[in-house]
Design a protein around this ligand. Structure first.
Ligand SMILES: [Zn+2]
Length: 254
């Protein structure tokens, strides 16, 4: 069964049992990584996904907590003998920085390196990022401190749709991206510029008429607790609210 596996769920400062936010879309034939935090190969191992199963990486934006594992992922796959092409998708802002980052590691000198291709995502709404035999993935620019992309994952076999807000203020673009989705995964970092509170995430989910809301990219640093995060969203969203945890799986099915 196809699923979205949450590899990390913390906001910028990770905390016990919670890595920075990133995830993987896993079907029977394809696995697509969404952002790349911390130690991706170790976390993927816990899900049973082999690095050779990864065909693509979509980077939502170039903030350290979303790309800190990228250089390690690329290097580790090289050391472990990957041969297949690896496709990296992101905005021009992101791709240019990934190229700069990797050139600092002299990756052009890595012998027998597998091919890596870059695919620029324009900052336009409902852009088709990729389509394979199992999934269709669209992106829309959201409102963050730098160019950032929300994503919509459609499982073709049954039409089940999951949207992910990425880091963003509560904005109409996410309402449109998530219109009528079965599940919305929305950030709940708090009342900071470029972010949303859980109550705002609930409002967006309500306006989009999402079937279910997962709160992600939240903080429990400094002794914060889960209860107010969940209750904040429950006040503004009438359906089920779930606080995302690392390695939680969201199935593409009712
Ligand atoms: Zn960010």
């Amino acid at each position: 069964m196809a699923k979205l596996i949450l590899l990390g769920t913390a906001s910028a400062v990770a905390f016990e049992g919670h890595e920075n936010t990133y995830m993987v879309v896993k079907g029977d034939k394809s696995s697509i990584l969404i952002d790349c935090a911390a130690k991706p190969l170790l976390q993927l191992k816990k899900t049973g996904i082999h690095f050779n199963d990864l065909s693509d990486l979509i980077i939502t934006h170039f903030h350290a907590d979303h790309v800190s594992g990228l250089a390690n992922l690329l290097m580790d796959m090289w050391i472990l003998g990957r041969q297949a092409e690896f496709c990296i998708h992101g905005s021009q802002h992101t791709i240019s920085r990934v190229e700069t980052l990797m050139s600092l590691f002299d990756w052009e000198t890595w012998s027998n390196m597998y091919p890596v291709s870059f695919h620029t995502i324009p900052l336009e709404e409902s852009f088709l990022v990729l389509e394979n035999s199992e999934f269709k993935i669209h992106s829309s620019p959201v409102e963050h401190l730098i160019p950032a992309l929300g994503l919509r994952f459609e499982y073709l076999e049954n039409g089940f749709v999951i949207a992910y807000s990425c880091d963003t203020n509560p904005v109409e673009q996410v309402v449109r991206l998530a219109a009528g989705v079965d599940v919305l995964v929305h950030e709940a970092a708090g009342s900071f510029q470029g972010h949303s509170t859980s109550a705002e995430a609930g409002e967006i989910a309500s306006q989009a008429q999402a079937g279910k809301l997962y709160l992600i990219h939240y903080s429990m640093y400094g002794g914060k607790t889960a209860a107010p995060i969940i209750s904040g969203a429950e006040r503004t969203f009438p359906r089920e609210v779930i606080l995302a945890e690392d390695l939680m799986e969201i199935e593409f099915s009712k």
